[in-house]
Ligand binder design. Structure first.
Ligand code: CP
Length: 389
């Protein structure tokens, strides 16, 4: 089954073959990313953004316009009839009357899945709460392939908020699926949850998580694993092909106090850069707060602005593919979709940030995730404690 007409809610909605095909298509789209083509002439994309965005919304809009199509856009829920009490389900059933594809960003986890349930046009997740940001992952993988040369075998240090960071979560899954070697740094309290750790292990990337970059450098076992016994006291920071940094996601914290306790606990400075190789990529989904020192911006290793730029050709490729307009269809004949079966479970999702616990008309649904052997909420994918898989 091809990608035309499909929703993209999670990185797991795309097979590796499809992701590679999308990256190849993005290579072809690059020549139009400062010009225009008519690949999607006459088509309209709706950008339904209920949370702030610079890169995702603008690059999707630019992508659609560079493809010769049009964009209708909402940058704030308060400017739509959501402010009068219109539900998300009704909103997407209206917006699909005006657009051929919907890109949605929303603070609630599972909101993009809910939108896809109600919309008959393809829905693309532009970020749903702390859950996923699959199109960011596409451009992040594309950046790694383009600037490092390969994803498989790449050694990537993920630094930042692994608890609330949807970009880091989706990217970690993408990296693991393509056989990259991941080491994680998360300040105490912002470590990845058990489900993410299980999923990464199941993907063949057992979690190596540290509280700081200093702790990574101090781990002799890791240094030996990466540099060999002959590595001696070589700084392990020099083995990473990419350092992917994320900000602490202030807006997801339960209290200002909890945020204050962990903010500014890590930063990539020129001192850190000196310990890396001359070709190490410093990546960041942006926006940054204080975790990337402005002093490194002029260094060629600072990849983050180029990375944001790749969002246009990558999203051009994705839009053309879901609209069935790509020169070659993006399709993986072996792809059977995600291994999710309906699971019988009476009750509500335990996640207070799940769309199913916040939108009053939603009937909770649960599925069995065969990869994790776990019953999870069909919207936010939070595991259900006590359910028999
Ligand atoms: N990387 C990213 O999602 O940026 P925005 O929040 O500006 O869209």
């Amino acid at each position: 089954m091809g990608l035309a007409g499909r929703d993209v809610i999670s990185v797991f909605d795309l097979s590796n073959v499809e992701i590679e095909q999308l990256m190849d298509l993005a290579d072809e789209m690059e020549k139009f990313s400062r010009g225009i083509t008519d690949v999607c002439g006459g088509r309209v994309m709706a950008a339904l953004f209920y949370e702030p965005s610079t890169r995702t919304r603008f690059s999707f809009e630019a992508a659609m316009q560079r493809l010769g199509g049009g964009a209708i856009t909402c940058a704030e829920a308060g400017t739509t009839s959501a402010a009068k009490g219109e539900t998300l389900a009704d909103t997407v059933r209206i917006v699909e009357c005006y657009a051929d594809v919907i890109v949605i960003r929303h603070p609630l986890e599972g909101s993009a899945a809910l939108a896809a349930e109600y919309a008959r046009v393809p829905v693309i997740n532009g970020g749903d709460g702390a859950h996923e940001h699959p199109t960011q992952t596409l451009l992040d993988l594309y950046t790694l392939r383009k600037e490092h040369g390969a994803i498989k075998g790449a050694r990537v240090l993920l630094v930042g908020d692994l608890k609330y960071g949807r970009a880091a979560r989706s990217f970690a899954y993408g990296l693991a699926r393509f056989g990259a070697d991941i080491v994680c740094v998360a300040p105490p309290g912002l470590e990845m949850d058990a489900q993410m750790a299980r999923r990464l292990a199941q993907l063949g990337s057992p979690v190596r998580q540290y509280p700081s970059m200093e702790a990574v450098a101090a781990d002799d076992e890791l240094r030996t694993a990466f540099t060999g016994a002959r590595g001696g006291k070589r700084d392990v920071m020099a083995v990473f092909d990419a350092i992917y940094v994320t900000r602490v996601q202030k807006e997801r914290f339960p209290s200002a106090q909890a945020f204050e306790a962990v903010k500014s606990s890590y930063a990539i400075t020129m001192e850190v850069l000196k310990r890396t190789r001359s070709d190490t990529l410093i990546m960041h989904p942006l926006p940054r707060v204080d975790e990337l020192d402005y002093g490194i911006d002029a260094d060629p290793r600072a990849t983050y602005f180029r990375q944001a730029g790749y969002g246009v050709p990558m999203r051009m490729a994705l839009l053309a593919a879901v609209l069935g307009k790509a020169a070659r269809p993006v399709a993986d004949p072996a792809w059977r979709g995600r291994a999710l079966e309906a699971a019988a479970w009476e009750g509500k999702c335990s996640n207070p940030r799940c769309v199913s616990t916040n939108e009053r008309y939603v009937t909770p649904r649960f599925v069995r995730d065969a990869d994790l052997n776990q019953v999870v909420c069909a919207y936010c994918e939070r595991p259900v404690e006590g359910a028999q898989a």
